[in-house]
Design a protein around this ligand. Structure first.
Ligand SMILES: Nc1ncnc2c1ncn2[C@@H]1O[C@H](COP(=O)(O)OP(=O)(O)OP(=O)(O)O)[C@@H](O)[C@H]1O
Length: 256
């Protein structure tokens, strides 16, 4: 059984009585420890898929199971508890609080979790935040406001925050979208490292270089998974040119 099993997922938006069937019977599984990317044309439903499988948004029909628990069977409190403890989010609008420092933003989800109610839990979270910031090279900006850091630093802070409660899976929407080439490579290195440590990752990207570092790439078109390609673990085959060539050939065949 996968970490995440999605079957026949549908999402329909109705605007001015017009029906927009954004997701049409999407079925997919993400295995434990897997790192997968979703690619596809603009408007094909990538972000909607990420929001719906992570319980951020409600599906119109279908089923999502996360470690054997059906998300639609959970009430709002159970869902937000599960998201807080077991899922990490790295989204473009980063939902960082502007009136808090980088450090306080990173630690916040830990303080909101049940463990964060005890002194020991808070100490463990603070220790973990410091280690994570060190690993991601942003210790020196701990006390900066969110507005006083670069895009790359902010993205790394966002990754630290997504990891603070040791999630089983990270959902990332264009994690390198706002970054320059160097920062993008560094953020991907971090995501690959986190994945090697066992955290599953499902990310959305337009960037072939990002997708080439994922184990599997799914192609969504018109709200449906049209095809997928297995590239193998990044740690096993780091020949980026070979991976990019395979991915490129596949994408061309799909008319990307
Ligand atoms: N909250 C919403 N209300 C109504 N329609 C929405 C909403 N969110 C997305 N849509 C519509 O759903 C469709 C898919 O949007 P989505 O953002 O999932 O696509 P995407 O593949 O991520 O696109 P892009 O690559 O441009 O980011 C679009 O037609 C969009 O207008």
């Amino acid at each position: 059984m996968g970490t995440l099993n999605v079957s026949n997922l549908c999402k329909t938006y109705i605007i001015n009585k017009r029906q927009n069937n954004v997701l049409r019977n999407v079925t997919l599984s993400i295995e434990e420890g897997e790192m997968a990317a979703i690619m596809g044309p603009s408007g094909s439903g990538k972000t909607t898929l990420l929001y719906t499988v992570s319980g951020m948004d409600e599906a119109t029909a279908g089923r999502v199971d996360f470690f054997g628990r059906e998300l639609t069977s959970l009430n709002a409190n159970e869902m937000s508890d599960l998201r807080l403890r077991e899922m990490g989010f790295v989204f473009q609008q980063m939902y960082m609080l502007k009136n808090l420092t980088v450090y306080d933003n990173i630690i916040l989800p830990a303080y909101q979790s049940p463990e964060g109610k005890s002194k020991a839990g808070r100490k463990a979270a603070n220790d973990r935040a410091k280690i994570l910031m060190q690993k991601l090279g942003i210790s020196e900006i701990a006390e900066n406001d969110i507005t006083e850091v670069s895009g790359g630093q902010l993205q790394r802070a966002c990754i630290c925050r997504s990891l603070i409660n040791k999630p089983k899976i990270i959902f990332a929407d264009e994690p390198t979208g706002a970054l320059n080439k160097q920062n993008s490579i560094e953020v991907m290195d971090e995501l690959n490292r986190i994945n090697e440590e066992g955290t599953s990752i499902l990310l959305v990207t337009h960037d072939m270089k990002v997708a080439a570092k994922c184990e599997r790439v799914l192609y969504i078109e018109d709200g449906n998974i049209r095809d997928e390609i297995a590239l193998g673990k990044w740690a096993d085959t780091q020949d980026i040119r070979v991976r990019e060539r395979r991915l490129n050939d596949w994408l061309i065949k799909l008319g990307w």
